[in-house]
Design a protein around this ligand. Structure first.
Ligand code: SF4
Ligand code: SF4
Length: 402
């Protein structure tokens, strides 16, 4: 291998700065060991939208000529390493820059590596990661997803932990010494961050994934004409009006069949239909027209089109009637209202199980007030890492932040 390519699949806006630091760190580390490198974003992903999956790339080569050869493509079609800094993206990624749902591991070459930050066990992640017909390695950094905002950066060391892990995954291109040297010289580097990179190198976990192992679902896809296939006078059909639900009661807004948006979310609303006062506020406020009006006057959020913004939870006047819960604890996009109508007791048990999960209901994304991240990091340190690292041997809060 005379060149290696990495992609970072990240959440638009919330992880934009994080992804940029990682690809830049890869290139600077490569330069420290006398190699050549380039970092760039996917053209079609800009401008970004909150939470929407987006990509950055880094290519490292032994020589300038090899680098130029690898840069000849518009964007890499195959990568040696896919980096994912939010494990809810394991369900697949849909961007407005491509059609349908792409498996997270789609571009990984046979024997390549998927590097994820996650607190989930391998089996739970594999329930989401789509099957591949070639083997690959899944490498885990034990940490929860790192989110910030457009103008802020969360200094939780995720960027250097990824770089330290890469030194273990592709040592022929990024040595640990080169990574540490690059980190200590970067404007955002420090001795503490060098220590974090080394710890990530030492503690990286990995597992071989066999061909055919993983989620058997076929990701949704469809064909649309390419821009060069379009002819003069082409018209784009508008989305039709909605229609009443079966039996003439209720209302279902029409939705874009080509852009479902659910891979945009890291959290989803869980609704308590028993306490809903049918005030309409969630329905009116949802920016993605997710809610179906049900025949009994309650509102069911359509999980294929919900982008997880949390507006419905914020506007609902009834306490705990809508609770946002981390996407990783759900396995499908089934209707909550259907489940409730079918068996109300069973739905209540399911709902309480979800909304009482204190780790899954911590709001994961977005910046809300000055000093927020310092507070979050302090509370994690004060908790001694117990809650966030439950079930992970050898993990502690110091490991997460230092
Ligand atoms: S979180 Fe609520 S408001 Fe936001 S898209 Fe989903 S259903 Fe709509
Ligand atoms: S905002 Fe809350 S109470 Fe009002 S209709 Fe929606 S779920 Fe029911």
């Amino acid at each position: 291998m005379a060149a290696f390519t990495a992609e970072i699949v990240y959440r638009g806006i919330f992880q934009k700065n994080l992804a940029a630091r990682i690809v830049r760190g890869i290139v600077l580390s490569a330069r420290k060991s006398g190699r050549w490198g380039i970092a760039f974003g996917r053209y079609g992903d800009s401008p970004q939208r909150n939470g929407i999956p987006a990509k950055d790339f880094a290519i490292v080569a032994d020589t300038k000529e090899e680098l130029e050869q690898n840069m000849a493509r518009y964007e890499p079609k195959h990568v040696d390493v896919t980096i994912c800094v939010d494990d809810t993206l394991a369900k697949g990624v849909e961007s407005w820059a491509w059609y349908g749902l792409q498996p997270l591991n789609r571009l990984i070459v046979p024997g390549g590596t998927l590097l994820i930050t996650s607190l989930q066990p391998y089996g739970d992640i594999l329930r989401d990661i789509h099957r591949k017909d070639t083997p690959f390695t899944m490498a885990l950094i034990r940490a929860r997803a790192s989110f910030s905002g457009l103008w802020v950066y969360k200094e939780d060391h995720t960027e250097v932990r990824i770089l330290g892990a890469l030194a273990k995954i592709v040592p022929a291109f990024l040595s640990l010494d080169a990574v540490c040297q690059a980190v200590s010289e970067m404007e955002w580097g420090s001795d503490l961050k060098v220590a974090s990179a080394r710890k990530a190198y030492d503690r990286l976990e990995s597992r071989e994934i066999e061909a055919g192992e993983g989620n058997p679902e076929t990701p949704y896809s469809f064909e649309l004409p390419r821009w060069w296939e379009m002819r003069e006078g082409v018209s784009i059909p508008a989305i039709p009006l909605g229609k009443p639900k079966e039996g003439g009661k209720g209302y279902v807004p029409e939705r874009n069949p080509y852009f479902k948006k659910f891979s945009t979310r890291t959290m989803r609303p869980v609704i308590d239909f028993d306490t809903c006062v049918k005030c309409n506020l969630c329905w009116i406020s949802c920016p993605d027209s997710c809610f179906d009006v049900m025949p009994d006057g309650t509102f069911d959020a359509n999980m294929e089109s919900c982008c997880g913004c949390g507006v419905c939870e914020a506007v609902c006047p009834v306490e705990k009637c809508i609770t946002m819960v981390n996407e990783s604890v759900f396995d499908d996009n089934a209707s909550q209202w259907d489940a409730w109508r079918q068996d109300k007791d069973a739905y209540r048990t399911w709902m309480i199980d979800k909304i009482s999960n204190t780790q899954a209901t911590v709001r994961s994304h977005g910046f809300r007030f000055r000093g927020q991240y310092e507070e979050e990091l302090k509370s994690e340190l004060d908790a001694g890492g117990q809650a966030i690292t439950a079930g992970i041997p050898g993990e502690n809060a110091q490991h997460k932040t230092v």
